[in-house]
Design a protein around this ligand. Structure first.
Ligand code: AMP
Length: 618
């Protein structure tokens, strides 16, 4: 089986990781960054600009720049009205079931926008690996419901990826730690990111990672802290009369400034929040202490601990039983968060792996397990929320309880309530409340029954949850023996035909663009590296053996031939071969001091610098 990579599709940043020499590592982009900002901006022609460059447009092109899209995956407009108020881009008036954002001249659904981020990661990995990437494991917050998981899978498909498995972020983190030191015992993974909070309790023994319970809030994270800070400062600006109104752009400027100060306050006791005022050279300036910030967010942090309490109860454990606490997500760098978790569990949490990278790394480990590369680790996960159907009086009749292991399937029989009833509506819900009106509607379908006195027909309903946590429901009336089976298509999801259309469109429009971009990038790199090598050869001819010179020349000729083809992977491989052969030359050209400074730098970069006359020859 080919390589299955791991993707952390985050609210703020996204990453892609792979296994290298038995260890998970995050794959860097051309600028050697592993974190890709989960931001998509659109230029005047409607072309997407993803990542760092997109993020740079958040303030200058607020209405065309979409961020935190994960908050809207698989959700309906009314479910996320608060989160929609917090963003500077706009929902389309046509937003009915699935949210649509109006960006520039077009409308986009959250899975389409996430697909653009996934596609960028795919390209990043392909440029690094010099081969096509197709199969991936994508992580989601453990507390993502069925619709949110389905939306994530759809995004992968639209991006041209085969999503082999959806796994939970905290579980992924525990796998990454498990690879490091085969720990055993009870583990709590506390994951507070930009937009979501998750807590998972696991039991680890002899390579078996068994999730016992999970809880969370899919609309709580660092974004909320930024929002509160920015709003507080803007409100004071309005009260003082320094500001007249708050435009979406002004709000965006304030949020960017607030996020910066929030991060500074993780390291320092005081910081100056300085918000440029739109259209003027003036600023709103306020000094914030760490304590001010802590007061502002303490209720949110406390709410995460309530969820920790609940998941411990679900796992039938007390705090003292937890052997290890793992911290995941950028917001766990906040001292108040760290201290609160430490105090709650009475233990120093682990944060030895980079909290930004650990989830993607764990996804790569799961990819390796699924492709058969790792055989002594196994993951048993759970569903985060109970699944059931509506029975008489609007009651939620649970069929699969939350924290049940996946995959799983449960059958239950139901009957009619009215004499002569000829059809029964099966309404599927997800949630913990007693009445369906308080839970989330997932799907609905009808099943025909023979007219009989009430209570006589037997309707057997089967719920099957796959390893991704995605539900399929089937129902059968015993008398007729006819089965109606549906793949639950979430109320706020894209239909199959919409996904197929988007896959086709993206293939027709985007695929060509991306291949063209990859080819241009590969050719540019080939040009720079060949130029650098030729220069280096001229200057360092006497420093290498005849044989070394010949092999460099041969790979130069090879690169120059291949560069004329359309195969960008072949070009990248030819560059790699040239780098390998030019290594002795590059090294002998550098004097010792420079060599020491540059130790560990890729040869390609040395050659690149050579092309720009950056490196003094000895
Ligand atoms: P994640 O979703 O895990 O990438 O986490 C991103 C969130 O972590 C964002 O809200 C960031 O502002 C926040 N974050 C990153 N570094 C820090 C820091 N040093 N202090 C406070 N928050 C941080």
């Amino acid at each position: 089986m080919s390589k299955i990579l791991g993707i952390d599709l985050g609210t703020t940043f996204s990453l892609i990781a792979m296994m290298k020499d038995g260890k998970p590592v995050c794959i860097p982009n051309a600028e050697r960054r592993t974190l890709l900002p989960s931001v998509v901006s659109f230029d005047e022609e409607g072309r997407p600009i993803v990542g760092e460059k997109g993020k740079a447009r958040r303030v200058t092109h607020a209405a065309q720049t979409v961020y935190s899209v994960k908050r809207f995956m698989g959700r309906g407009t009314e479910e996320v009205s608060q989160a929609l108020k917090q963003v500077s881009y706009r929902t389309a008036p046509s937003s009915g079931g699935v949210i649509r954002f109006s960006v520039g001249k077009k409308e986009y659904t959250p899975p389409e926008l996430s697909a653009l981020i996934l596609r960028e990661l795919k390209v990043q990995a392909e440029m690094h690996l010099k081969e096509t990437v197709e199969q991936v494991v994508i992580t989601v917050p453990a507390y993502f419901n069925d619709s949110q998981r389905q939306a994530t899978k759809d995004a992968g498909k639209i991006a041209g990826l085969e999503v082999i498995r959806i796994i939970n972020e905290p579980t992924a983190a525990s796998l990454a730690y498990g690879m490091q030191n085969k720990n055993r015992g009870f583990i709590a993974v506390y994951d507070l990111g930009g937009g979501t909070f998750d807590i998972s309790i696991l039991k680890v023994q002899d390579g078996l990672f068994e999730v016992l319970a999970t809880a969370g809030n899919t609309t709580l994270g660092g974004d909320d802290f930024d929002y509160r800070m920015a709003e507080a400062a803007l409100q004071r600006g309005l009260d003082r009369g320094a500001l007249k109104t708050v435009t979406p752009q002004q709000r965006e400027i304030a949020r960017v400034a607030a996020e910066k100060i929030k991060c500074t306050l993780s390291a320092k006791g005081k910081a100056l929040l300085s918000i440029p005022m739109e259209g003027t050279s003036r600023r709103i300036e306020e000094e914030w202490t760490r304590q001010d910030f802590e007061l502002l967010i303490q209720d949110l942090v406390a709410s995460t601990l309530t969820l920790c309490e609940r998941s411990l109860k679900d796992a039938r454990l007390t705090r003292e039983k937890i052997d290890e606490v793992i911290l995941v997500g950028g917001s766990t760098r906040i001292p108040l968060v760290l201290e609160s978790v430490k105090h709650f569990f009475g233990k120093e949490p682990h944060c030895d792996l980079n909290p930004d990278e650990v989830v993607a790394m764990g996804a790569a480990v799961q990819g390796e397990i699924l492709s058969g590369g790792i055989q002594d680790m196994l993951l048993l996960d759970v569903i985060p929320l109970s699944l059931g159907i509506e029975t008489y009086g609007g009651v939620m009749s649970k069929i699969i309880e939350r924290n049940s292991k996946v995959p799983c399937s449960v059958k239950e029989s139901f009957t009619t309530f009215v004499d002569g009833q000829t059809s029964v509506a099966i309404r599927v819900f997800q949630g913990e409340r007693e009445l369906v009106k308080d839970n989330r509607s997932l799907a609905q379908f009808d099943i025909k029954v023979e007219p009989m006195p009430a209570g006589l027909p037997r309707i057997e309903v089967e719920f099957m949850v796959d390893a991704n946590g995605i539900l399929k429901v089937s129902a059968q009336e015993q008398h007729r023996g006819k089965e109606v089976s549906i793949q639950v298509k979430p109320s706020y999801g894209l239909t199959d035909s919409e996904v197929d259309r988007l896959v086709k469109e993206s293939y027709e429009y985007a695929e060509g663009d991306i291949r063209a971009r990859q080819l241009i990038e590969a050719r540019n790199e080939a040009e720079v590296v060949s130029r650098g090598t030729e220069k280096a050869l001229k200057e360092g001819d006497s420093l290498i053996s005849e044989e070394e010179r010949r092999s460099i020349e041969a790979s130069l000729v090879c690169l120059k031939t291949i560069v004329k083809t359309e195969d960008h992977f072949a070009i990248l491989r030819a560059i790699e071969a040239l780098e390998e052969n030019a290594r002795p030359l590059a090294l002998s050209l550098m004097n010792r001091a420079v060599a020491a400074k540059l130790q560990g730098r890729p040869v390609k970069e040395v050659l690149r610098d050579f092309a720009k006359n950056k490196i003094p020859a000895s």
